[in-house]
Design a binder for this molecule. Sequence first.
Ligand code: HXC
Length: 257
Amino acid sequence: MSYQYILVETRGRVGLVRFNRPKELNALNAGLMEELVTALEAFDAEPAIGALVVAGNERAFAAGADIKEMAGLSAVEMLTRDSIGRWDRLRRLRKPLIAAVAGFCLGGGNELAMTCDMIVAAETARFGQPEINIGVIPGAGGTQRLTRAVGKALAMEMVLNGRLITAEEAYRCGLVNRVVPAEACLDEAVALAQQIAERAPVAVRLAKEAVNAAFETPLTDGLADERRAFYMLFSTADQKEGMAAFIEKRPPQWQGR
Ligand code: HXC
């Protein structure tokens, strides 16, 4: 499949998608988002792939939704096109998704990074929800995921006053997993994805579901779901293999079942 706005490649067991609108700072137009979701869904369905990475370039992960594409639209056009509806497909990806973020990570770009399961940030990364500067608010989870990640005080400042934060600040407040030199960012994200991709796939899938459920369910329900998933894993060959390998002091050989 050929794409206009993204570059797609496989590195080991990792499916990698990079935005390719450098002149527009990878602004997320409808075409780019459709290609992104399509490529990630294809990797998600591919058994040889165990984890996914999404990245921009050194100047920008993404500077937000494409302002020029939406500037003239009416509320009814926005509603009927419902381009943010496409983002729901990202939440349904079963494999871990890691964002490699360098440069600007703003508006919809930050919302996309926060939709991922983990974020590896370059020292150059700048995170923000500057929609207030153009007369709107975040529309793809910025007010919700940012607040859950960094807390109310900082989220209010970023969303109400358009404040950008550095990679170091993002690390301190729990928005990103780690901060690395810019030139190492993509490789670090791919290496992290590769490590996860080499783990027992059924356990990884249930682990991702269980952690994500912590944001959606009351504690009692989340604990019950987690316990059922834990017990269910004892029906997999990989549980028998993983525990036998530990006892026999050898590396496990996963079968993905
Ligand atoms: C369309 C964009 C863009 C965007 C940058 N460009 N951001 N085009 N949509 N979000 C374009 C510029 O128009 C310009 O094109 C080129 O990219 C380079 O940008 P410059 O502004 O010249 O670069 P610089 O001076 O370095 O400033 C970088 C910047 C600034 C601080 C990131 O571009 C900026 O403020 N961008 C908008 C950020 C923003 O408001 N994002 C939120 C969008 S709303 P030309 O052709 O003029 O050279 C949003 C809502 C999400 O994301 C809702 C859910 C999806």
